[in-house]
Design a protein around this ligand. Sequence first.
Ligand SMILES: [Zn+2]
Length: 390
Amino acid sequence: MILSKYIIREQNEATVLKAIIDHYGISRAQVSTLTHLNKASVSSITKTLLDNQLIFEIGIGDASALGGRKPIRLEFNGHAGIGIALDIGYNYITAMMAFLNGDKIAAKTFDEVDIHASNIMEHLEKIISHFEKIAPETPHGIIGISLAVHGIVSDNQIAFTPYYDLDKINLQAILEEKYNYPIILENEANLTALGEYCFSDDQQKNVVSVSVHSGIGAGIVLDGKLHTGLNGTAGEIGHTILVPHGKNCPCGNHGCLEQYASNKVLFENYAAQKNLPPINSDDFTKALQTKEMLAEKLMKENMELLAIGLNNVAMMYNPEVIFINSSIYRKNPDWTLRLKEQIHSFVVQDIVIKNGTLADLATLYGGIANLSMNFLNISQLHFNNPLAQI
Ligand SMILES: [Zn+2]
């Protein structure tokens, strides 16, 4: 945990809280059985949690078969605090304010904005002050700000950003100076993986999420913890080498996967061969859905190359599921099925490959998950999918 100067709950408190989050309506006696903490400790901890308005008492449960006293049931207060999550793309910013449990309060999107070190604070201040003004009253107020960075983040600092110059400033320090909240920076693909881990209904223990946008990155969550490596570069599968002596890449290598299989390259190739101005995923989807030959040919090439990246990730981490976070595969789910068919090796045949369950909000939900995990001091945190139909 990186927020030592903020509220860090004692381990036992976090253990009790997790039991209450995971088991709606649990009684103190059941918490005691589940956590192996004695009843006096559970009683004292639940009192603290009630005082802090992190839990509620929700009424009386069934008496035990032996006719004991009817227990009082407990529920987590998912609205005890608010997180602000921002995703800084290379030409857009999306933002969401949500409660601890992912219930959305407000969202904002700015498309076609130039992002530079010199103007980023102006954009962020506008969004944050808007959210501060409309934030509802909660016991713990705003618990932090999460920034998703499209680049490498190490120890809460931006280390390298290939598609904008935010690695030239210390954004974390600038924001921390201005705001009295924890400021947490994390790589975009990592947050997407955390979002799927925390909010997807499947509740797997090991999850990889592969984000395909202008670049390609994978977030790896192993047993509730992000696997980031020594310098935050774990999961940078876009920079694994696909073609020896291939195309130049801003990372300094040649022939990196993302120079061949990113959405950016897919759209650029299509537009160049059709003599079109830049296109987006809607334009390409239209061409694909009318079975245009060039679009299908380029998509097939993209799928085959991306599958090589997925195969490598599956071999290295053996996750239960790989979520694909890509506008083009999201809009064309039959191609995600075909992508899975490209993974031939019997070694990883059991793996599930599917589109992310949080659509284009996965990174922002991941930001909320990261803030909640830090605030509650619980890494293996699971909430209901906020996009699921009720
Ligand atoms: Zn590279």
